[in-house]
Design a protein around this ligand. Structure first.
Ligand code: HEM
Length: 424
């Protein structure tokens, strides 16, 4: 990295590529920078030594490549970051936390990953998702209520919705859900690997994870010997029936679900609303032809993915576009860039619900493919159903969208909208 005009830019192949994740222009629209990466530097050694990969074909293959692991904690990359962070390590995905002796299974490799994911998958079967739909629809009704003509869509729906749904899945009593919503916003920050995190922000995240973990440890104890159908009760039964599952792992898994669902889903809804505000015909079509919802959601997810990157740690030496990647190196797959790769998607910046061809990478691929994808899709369908039942169009109430900071996840920090209400 060098300094140019006061802002960092990468040096790649002897040429400078202006690309500063903290820059306002990049935050407002990162896609032109991704396009330059795909054309000129399909693999680029970025800040902190991680390799950025930007083309669809490479991202897709590497997501499924078993020479790529996820055990960040034991990687040379992560040790180096922790070294640089000194006294204020970012509480990235629960790593670097005191008193934490279970890993989030998203960050494990087989066989540990297979065991833990297998146990949790029972809560995400199509039948379970179908059963949850009614309560998700009721949550949407309650949150949207009688809509005013102007409101903040993040505050009203996108932020509270995921934790409310997870609360139901995990069996969290209604009166305890408010504190949960507060924790979840802090905990969602665990996906953010920021070495320059202000100490008070890092501390707030650590405190929230500790509180939430103790809460789940207690809940797991209370659910012992019960016959509840919620996920915590199911995991406790699995533990007691000899599934080699510890109470710490149960708590860590519940925290993981909050981390994995909160920001991703709220970004999905926020990003979808921005697309619909800018392309009102797409929203009208959704209301008039609800059968196009799935195809529309797929396109919104391709164009504006809630998570722009997915990380891996190389387990073996490999070469890619002339770069040598050594074991322990971090590889960042820029799925948001891959989704707009013109080598794969004709007119990649256009929303086209008739599009044929390969799927987007927004839910990942391979053994870590998003466990919550069917749930997230069902939740988004219900949220859109709630909106189209109430309004005929929505417009942005502010000229520019204020995005949340960071390069890993992307979604509006707030989204004031003005809506035209449906006359019933
Ligand atoms: C629109 C919303 C969502 C998006 C875009 C999203 C995206 C992703 C992606 C890209 C991965 C793969 C990570 C990797 O390969 O390293 C992932 C994994 C995961 N997601 Fe989601 N996610 C969403 C919602 C949810 C929800 C609602 C839940 C659960 C309630 C969830 C639970 C998980 C879990 C547990 C994993 C880890 C899977 C594993 O490592 O085996 N996600 N998600």
């Amino acid at each position: 990295m060098t300094e140019s005009a006061g802002s960092p830019s990468f040096v790649a192949g002897g040429a400078e590529l202006p690309f500063n994740p903290a820059d306002g222009a990049f935050q407002a629209d990162p896609f032109p920078a991704y396009g330059r990466l795909r054309d000129q530097f399909p693999v680029l050694r970025g800040p902190l030594g991680a390799f950025l990969v930007s083309r669809y074909e490479d991202c897709e293959l590497l997501l499924r490549d078993r020479r790529m692991g996820k055990d960040f904690a034991n990687s040379k990359f992560f040790q180096q970051i922790m070294g640089e962070a000194g006294d204020n390590p970012p509480p990235f995905l629960g790593l670097g936390l005191d008193d934490w002796d279970a890993k989030l299974f998203m960050l494990t490799d087989p066989p540990e990953h297979t065991r833990l994911r297998g146990l949790v998958s029972q809560a995400f079967t199509p039948a379970m998702i179908k059963d949850l739909r009614v309560s998700v629809a009721a949550t949407v009704e309650e949150l949207l209520g009688e809509l005013p003509e102007r409101f903040d869509l993040m505050e009203r729906l996108a932020t509270p919705m995921p934790i409310r749904v997870l609360g139901t899945m995990l069996g969290i009593p209604a009166e305890e859900q408010a504190q949960f919503t507060r924790w979840s916003v802090e905990i969602a920050g665990l996906l953010d690997l920021d070495v320059a995190l202000p100490p008070e922000v890092a501390e707030a995240r650590r405190t929230a994870v500790a509180a939430c973990t103790s809460y789940f440890l207690k809940l797991a104890e209370e659910r012992a010997d019960g016959d509840g159908q919620d996920l915590v009760s199911q995991l406790v039964r699995a533990r007691d029936q000899g599934s080699m599952l510890t109470t710490q792992e149960i708590a860590a898994t519940c925290v993981l679900l909050v981390v994995a669902a909160q920001e991703t889903f709220s970004n999905l809804l926020g990003n979808a609303a921005v697309v619909f505000a800018r392309q009102p015909k797409a929203f009208t079509r959704l209301a008039e032809q609800p059968e196009t919802t799935d195809a529309t959601l797929d396109e919104v997810m391709r164009l504006e993915p809630p998570a722009h990157q997915v990380g891996r740690i190389a387990l073996e030496r490999m070469e890619l576009h002339g770069h040598v990647i050594e074991p322990g190196d971090a590889v960042i797959l820029l799925v948001a860039s891959a989704n707009r790769d013109e080598r794969v998607f004709p007119e990649p910046d256009t929303l086209d619900i008739e599009r044929k061809g390969p799927n987007h990478l927004s839910f990942g691929r391979g053994i870590h493919y998003c466990l919550g994808a069917p749930l997230a899709t069902m939740m988004a369908e219900e949220a859109l159903r709630g909106l189209t039942a109430r309004i005929t169009s929505l417009a942005l109430a502010e000229e520019t969208v204020a995005y949340k900071p960071g390069m890993g996840l992307r979604g509006p920090a707030r989204l004031p909208v003005m809506v035209r209400k449906r006359v019933s």
